[in-house]
Design a protein around this ligand. Structure first.
Ligand code: TYC
Length: 113
């Protein structure tokens, strides 16, 4: 009498209960971490300057920029965008340098999402 090999070779919990084909394989494709760029409120930076910064460095429309500026003004801070570490670092540096050159105390930071 010959022995047949099992048709399904995965874990079984009795006949007809093979779960090996239902378990999701672990994904090996890693996404790079993303970083939120935050704009902080202060009492001195002119509103128009903040709107200009958002248009210039984040490619936002005037209306979007005005809305975000008002959110920062009212709530204390807002997320301006989400980027790779390198892009976020560049945006923060550009905003901080531009604000410093115009002698405004505007603060921009980044944090891991
Ligand atoms: N609070 C500022 C003012 O009243 C305006 C402002 C908005 C400043 C957003 C910074 O990130 C900022 N002039």
């Amino acid at each position: 009498m010959s022995q047949h090999p099992p048709i399904l070779s995965g874990k079984t919990d009795g006949p007809g209960n093979d779960t090996s084909l239902l378990t999701k394989p672990k994904s090996k494709t890693q996404r790079p971490p993303l970083y939120k760029v935050l704009l902080l409120n202060d009492d001195y930076t002119p509103m128009e300057f903040v709107v200009h910064v958002l248009e210039r460095f984040f490619g936002l429309s005037h209306a979007q920029s005005f809305d975000i500026m008002l959110t920062v003004h009212k709530k204390g801070l807002a997320v301006v965008g989400v980027f790779s570490h390198e892009v976020a670092e560049t945006k923060v540096a550009q905003v901080m340098d531009f604000a410093r050159r115009h002698q405004h105390p505007l603060q921009c930071t980044m944090e891991k999402e």
